[in-house]
Design a protein around this ligand. Structure first.
Ligand SMILES: Nc1ncnc2c1ncn2[C@@H]1O[C@H](COP(=O)(O)OP(=O)(O)OP(=O)(O)O)[C@@H](O)[C@H]1O
Ligand SMILES: [Mg+2]
Length: 273
């Protein structure tokens, strides 16, 4: 269970995140939505401790994440993998080496510099790539892959850490609808099969509704909605996005809805609604 207790982050006079209090049980996939500048990235970065809260505390399974230092902090950052909009891969390096960088924080810098990875790590990396349907690309340079494939490499690198939590900051914002769907399907599958908690910042409503168990809407650093996707009405969306009557959902759509679900579990999930 992840618990945020009145978490606030200020940048000078600007309050990016304002007294956020939420609890996320282990088996949940949460979408965080809101317009640009709402505080979504700042929230995720505090959970991972890339930045520190100005006030408040963050707990995970009873341990105070916001108070961790040194080795304990590094251990938390291994447990809590980040995925970014721009993939944050090394483009000129091959796919498998990029995935193996997920083990970086558990071995020496020198060993990593010379790509001295143990055989079992290499095998594990290939297995993960295989699971994500991109093992064929293992020897290729990352820069030769499509955006959707690159994001799956980034997910594979995150899985190499065997994280308990995956934080994804707009993982599909740079992708076309087809690739966006493959990446979101992949995250959902990891969540369903492995039971990993996923907190995913998303620009668009339809994606959050479709893939997440729960949606948190932020506006000006404040949580203004926290509930089930089906409770996210157009009126609520207007409130989150601070839009007027002319607000249309298509303005926040990625058109994933129009594509066929790639995995059968998506159809089952839809049938259950
Ligand atoms: N390092 C920083 N220094 C100063 N201000 C910052 C910093 N990071 C974020 N902010 C400010 O905090 C607020 C929230 O930013 P944040 O990046 O969290 O929003 P966001 O919801 O992720 O937006 P987007 O959808 O554009 O990614 C903004 O006003 C932003 O300018
Ligand atoms: Mg952001």
């Amino acid at each position: 269970m992840l618990r945020l207790v009145d978490v606030t982050r200020r940048f000078g006079k600007n309050t990016a995140v304002d007294s956020v209090a939420i609890e996320v049980p282990q088996g949940q996939m949460v979408g965080v939505i809101g317009r640009s500048g709402a505080g979504k990235s700042t929230l995720l970065r505090m959970i991972n401790r890339l930045i520190d809260p100005s006030e408040g505390s963050i707990f995970f399974d009873g341990s105070e994440v916001s108070a961790l230092r040194g080795a304990a902090l590094r251990s938390w950052q291994r447990d809590c993998a980040m995925i970014f909009q721009q993939f944050n891969l090394v483009p000129r390096l091959d796919v498998v080496s990029n995935v193996l960088h997920g083990t970086l924080n558990r071995r020496s810098t020198v060993a990593t510099m010379f790509s001295m990875f143990p055989r079992e790590d290499i095998e594990q990396a290939i297995d993960i790539l295989d699971r994500l349907g991109i093992a064929d690309h293992a020897p290729k340079r990352v820069e030769t892959l499509s955006g959707g494939q690159q994001q799956r490499v980034a997910i594979a690198r995150a899985l190499m850490q065997d994280p308990r939590v995956i934080l994804a900051d707009e993982p599909i914002a740079s992708l076309d609808p087809m690739n966006a769907q493959v990446v979101m399907d992949t995250l959902r599958r990891i969540h369903d099969e492995d039971g990993r908690m996923i907190v995913c910042n998303l620009h668009t409503l339809d994606t959050a509704r479709r893939y997440c168990d729960r949606v948190v809407g932020m506006r000006d650093g404040v949580v203004v909605f926290d509930g089930a996707p089906e409770d996210l009405t157009t009126a609520v969306a207007r409130d989150i996005y601070g839009a007027d009557e002319s607000f249309s959902e298509s303005s926040t759509s990625t058109s994933i809805e129009t594509l066929e679900p790639a995995y059968s579990f998506m159809r089952e999930a839809e049938a259950a609604i």
